[in-house]
Design a protein around this ligand. Sequence first.
Ligand code: TRP
Length: 448
Amino acid sequence: MAVTSSSDRGSWNSKLGFIMAAAGSAVGLGNIWGFPTKVATEGGAAYLIIYLLCTFLIGFPVMVAELSIGRRSGKNPVGAFKALSDSKFFPFVGLWGVICGVMILSFYTVIAGWAFGYAFEEIFYYFGWDTLAQLLTDTGHGPKNAVIAAVFMFGTIKIISGGVSDGIEKATKTMMPMLIGIIVIMIGYVLTQDGASEGVKEYLLPDFSKINASLIFSAMGQAFFSLSLGMGALITYGSYLNKKENIPQAAAFVTLADVGIAFLAGLMIIPAMYVARNAGIEIFVGDQLASSTDLVFQILPALFHTIGGAMGLILGVVFFLLLSIAALTSTISLLEVPVSYAIDEYGLERKKAAWYIGLGILAVSVAVSFNPSLIGTFDYVFNNLGLPIGGLLICVFVGYVWKTDSAIAEMENGFIGIKQTLFAKVWPFFIKVICPAVILYNIVSNFL
Ligand code: TRP
């Protein structure tokens, strides 16, 4: 059992708590906003199929690797690589993860702030306060972006400074079931509307001719981001995991929860697009979507306004609160990585670490708020590129430095007899060969 220097580390109270928190980290803007947008713009059901393959064949094995590193070392990403090898190089991989987390969080809060703002936009619109409503729909409005991003960051800091079991676990335990419940209600509503069946077909009947290299690249990046892989968030969460828990099983739950919610979000939003079109809202120009990145932020409010009345108001407010909640359980995991790093490596107190680092990141968020075009650059460097590079190096570390046998030995805690299972024969091959090869191929093809 890893010994930690600080009582500020903590651990999960229960298995469900861990799964809820890890699933909460996975489920966020990536699932509810990013995934449906990509399905809509990049190939419908064909995209869905490739995304599922990437999630299960690449994402799941890497998740098991991250959790094993975390639990074995009981450390943040930097400390974990130091604890498990003499390598001078790999702690920098951990540090790169911390940096990616910080930078992703700096723009994630701004987008989350847009979602949060839209909940109030619905209310202002309903009461006819059009000027205020319009302010909230202006994603380029610096001061407004900064204020809402700050509110969001304070919420994240509050939860993180509460500690592992009291803060993160409690928050996600109530948020996750609520989230699923609300999405299911929304699907029930959307599917009974005229035009929905066309969206269901687009979402579930694949046109295989749409599959090409760029679709596969995009789907893989989406899978990585959505599962929160590649920057050590799950090394950190794994470090709070009890030795009695079964790592492959926990990873399978988290993966299924992430995929399940992405799938449900698609089933809500893709048909909703066609319902909106049926109601006369122009969502296509020819066969191209009129909007892509702002799909969720344009189409859905329009749909809610078309529904109108108290029903439209309630659905609109609920949906955007739901998106904000999902984003909050993700920002928690992003902030937890640098905070655990500061606690472990520099002996900082949890509360102090959360406030100092959170406010530091908020400064970057404010810069992004006033220059939303930075989002594209940050997203490319720290997410599209940063996460797969991190994932690749994690595979190399587990496959060739720490060794998959050591990882399997760690997994034996909580999974007695794992060595005799098919998993123990297949997983090392994925970590040593398949995952690194596929990830590397994608990074290289991205540069070409
Ligand atoms: N997975 C989250 C989403 O889908 C985002 C996220 C949270 C994340 N923590 C992360 C992405 C760590 C990469 C790494 O919105």
